[in-house]
Design a protein around this ligand. Structure first.
Ligand SMILES: C[S@@+](CC[C@H](N)C(=O)[O-])C[C@H]1O[C@@H](n2cnc3c(N)ncnc32)[C@H](O)[C@@H]1O
Length: 306
């Protein structure tokens, strides 16, 4: 059996493929609230709500128009769907040129519907910001982006799944960690960061390895269980440095061949690490390699968009 899980915000780095693995550590009813401090498209929150894992959800991110977009989806998605439709048809009148117009407008007015439109229309659905914080990703010249009717369906489904039990907040992750509550479970997917600082140009904020370690120490001190996606490898390329073993156990997920590698005719297998807090995973799982098929939840499908 496969489940439909809405995924209204196209977002590079979405962890929807990993949802079945992450959520297999979250028994329904064990945690009152699931918190996603680097939410982006909130793929894990949406999948958790679909499987009724928790009573409450908290979507958090440092990118403020993204959180404004989530708030609109949670309260009433119709105006966002209407505005998205207007923007999508507006670009049909002057393809590409209108994308750039809308991008300039967004950098001035930060309207959430414009961010949604830019994400759906830009290369690899990837946010990119210049050093002044302006969205500067280019349009995808081969595709037109999610059609308005499909987008409306996704927005409405996400609303139905989350409203009444979900909050959205724009906050830096370290501040949020300091407010964790008894009964919380945190899923963490920070932007990739090398060891020696330097901002990841993809995202509005960056997270150094040192700050991540500080954050995990805070969660451990507060007794807040977490799962963190961090380092990994693709073929013979590795990314990220292993975090100290005292902070959490690490399992390795073999997620198969990446779509990019397949396109390039390569046979590269992607391994994604999951750092699991000590209370969630038994001793002895460290460095185990698991495949997605080993998890008991059915795979998540997001057929209308991808
Ligand atoms: C890899 S993406 C998360 C993708 C997400 N897991 C999903 O499924 O779509 C990382 C996110 O962290 C956010 N971010 C970057 N720095 C941050 C910070 N200091 N505090 C909170 N969020 C931050 C970015 O805006 C981005 O949305």
């Amino acid at each position: 059996m496969r489940y439909f899980v809405p995924h209204p915000i196209p977002y590079q780095g979405s962890k929807r493929r990993l949802a079945q693995a992450v959520l297999s550590y979250v028994q329904a009813g064990r945690f009152r609230r699931l918190v996603e401090p680097f939410a982006g498209s909130a793929a894990i929150t949406l999948a958790a709500a679909r499987h009724q894992k928790c009573e409450r959800y908290l979507i958090a991110d440092k990118l403020s128009p993204l959180i404004a977009l989530w708030r609109d989806i949670l309260q009433n998605p119709s105006p966002i769907a209407d505005e998205y439709e207007e923007l999508w048809y507006r670009e049909r009148t002057r393809p590409i040129a209108e994308f750039y117009e809308i991008r300039t407008e967004f950098n001035r007015d930060q309207r959430p519907a414009k961010l949604l439109y830019l994400l759906a229309r830009c290369v690899k659905n990837a946010v990119r910001f210049n050093p002044s914080g302006e969205f500067n990703q280019s349009p995808d010249k081969r595709r037109t982006g999610t059609r308005p009717d499909a987008m409306r369906k996704e927005l409405n489904s996400a609303h139905r799944l989350l409203h009444g039990k979900t909050d959205a907040i724009c906050i830096d992750f370290l501040h949020l960690f300091q407010t964790s509550e008894v009964g919380d479970f945190f899923y963490l997917d920070p932007p990739y960061q090398g060891t020696s600082g330097g901002r990841d140009p993809r995202y509005i904020g960056g997270v150094t390895r040192e700050l991540m370690i500080e954050g995990l120490m805070i969660l451990n001190e507060r007794g807040t269980p977490f799962i963190l996606s961090y380092d990994g490898s693709c073929g013979d390329r590795t990314y990220g440095d292993r975090l100290p073993a005292n902070l959490a156990r690490r399992v390795l997920l073999d997620v198969g061949r990446s779509s990019q590698a397949t396109l390039n005719g390569k046979d590269h297998v992607t391994i994604e690490s999951l750092y699991i807090s000590h209370d969630l995973a038994p001793a002895g799982v460290d460095e185990t390699v698991l495949t997605l098929q080993q998890f008991d939840l059915p795979p998540v499908v997001t057929e209308s968009l991808f």
